[in-house]
Design a binder for this molecule. Structure first.
Ligand code: GMT
Length: 386
């Protein structure tokens, strides 16, 4: 099979999409492909040196006539330079705007040999495609890509509805590396945050309004009225100050722990009994998958692609958006029944490690690359072994 040269562009410091793009690049590099990250800063999950991985920083040209220095043009130019210099086969961009448009420009500059794959992650469609000023350019980016993938069936459906797109869109779910995401031994760490007998509920996000973090606190308050519990909040974002005020007002300060941003999510998640994800919009919910892979069930909303990941009554429970009474009742049901909790935990591990493992999903991406290049793809269908 031909070893590919793949350029990857993502938002290097942004949650789920940046994580998926970076982890995919690392896995493809392990498989022998040559990976070139092209971004304004080093993707935060890239970590230490790895064979077959290169990083190209985009520098923005400032000039006195520019009111807004044009990052998008600098990115397109850098993509073109890298493509020509190393002979890229594929530019795989994560997020439609501006990355798909920049890739289109780079392809126009470097020639048709360069193929563009665009992965839609969520708010590039569910929020930005609702904006009339951006709709046409997002549609152009999608139409000019050689292949488009989306991280859930729900996102595919929404893309078609919002943008009137009929071209094929491949489904490529988020994935976890099971060498990293498995139940870690964490009793010492857990003791630092919770007394023996206390349950630990957790929420991880960028605290944007779509995450409905106020619901997280309401669910927790209802649970902690019935059993000793702690809430651990991981991440930072615009809603956090308001949330802290709410926590104070509800007299929950002693029961809520704010960990801020954390890199080693697998370690942190392993101390939780339940993950809470009551989002308004969520194209997939990578954090619920990461929790699942560590044996932690999710209680969440039926938003977007969450039901494609969390099987109601098997690996977690889902309720309508905003129904915090139902979510709290489900949390209590699971936490009060040891046998049921153990069954859910086992189902979580099996599903995450078998259905959403890195080997399986990275092979799907490879097949898409070979397809757009018109090359035979002998990538095995699935190689996951729990
Ligand atoms: O959830 C976020 O706000 C971060 C966001 C992002 O753009 O990185 O995550 C989106 O992409 C992830 C990876 O595909 C998905 O797992 C998240 O569900 C999705 N977030 C939303 O749809 C809100």
């Amino acid at each position: 099979m031909k070893r590919l040269k793949i350029g990857i562009t993502c938002y290097p410091s942004l949650g789920g999409s940046g994580v998926v793009a970076t982890e995919l690049g690392k896995i493809l590099a392990e498989k022998g492909h040559e990976i070139h990250f092209i971004a304004h800063s080093m993707p935060f999950r890239l970590g230490k040196f790895q064979r077959n991985i290169y990083y190209h920083e985009v520098e923005v040209t400032d000039y006195y006539v520019f009111r807004y220095p044009p990052y998008d043009l600098s990115l397109a130019s850098k993509m073109n330079q890298v493509a020509q210099r190393v002979g890229l086969d594929i530019l795989h961009v994560h997020y439609a705007v501006p990355h798909a448009i920049c890739a289109y420009l780079a392809k126009e500059m470097s020639g048709d040999g360069l193929k563009v794959v665009t992965t839609l992650h969520g708010t590039d469609i569910t929020v930005l495609a609702q904006d009339e000023t951006l709709k046409d350019i997002i549609r152009l980016g999608i139409r000019k890509s050689d292949a488009v993938t989306a991280v859930s069936q729900d996102l595919i459906k929404e893309t078609r509805e919002l943008l009137d797109i009929s071209e094929p869109i491949d489904l490529t779910y988020n994935f976890v590396d099971k060498r990293i995401y498995y139940p870690r031994e964490c009793s010492d760490l857990r003791r630092e945050y919770a007394e023996p007998g206390e349950k630990v509920l957790m929420h991880i996000s960028n605290f944007r309004p779509v995450k409905r973090t106020s619901d997280v606190v309401d669910i927790f308050a209802k649970v902690s009225q019935r059993m000793p519990a702690k809430l651990i909040l991981v991440g930072e974002g615009p809603e956090l100050p308001r949330l802290q005020h709410k926590i104070e007002c509800m007299g929950l300060r002693e029961r809520v722990i704010l960990l801020g941003k954390q890199d080693d999510v697998a370690q942190v998640v392993s101390i939780a009994d339940l993950m809470l994800l009551p989002s308004e919009k969520e194209s997939f919910g990578l954090v619920a998958l990461e929790a699942m892979a560590c044996g932690v069930p999710t209680i969440g909303s039926m938003a977007g692609g969450i039901p494609e990941l969390v099987q109601h009554g098997v690996t977690g429970y889902l309720a309508p958006i905003g129904d915090t009474d139902a979510m709290a009742a489900y949390a209590l049901e699971l936490l009060e029944d040891r046998k049921k909790y153990a069954d859910f935990r086992e189902a979580c591990l099996k599903r995450a490690h078998e259905e959403f493992c890195d080997e399986k999903i990275s092979a799907q991406y490879e097949r898409i690359y070979y397809r757009v290049l018109g090359l035979p793809a002998e990538v095995p269908m699935t190689a996951c072994q729990a």
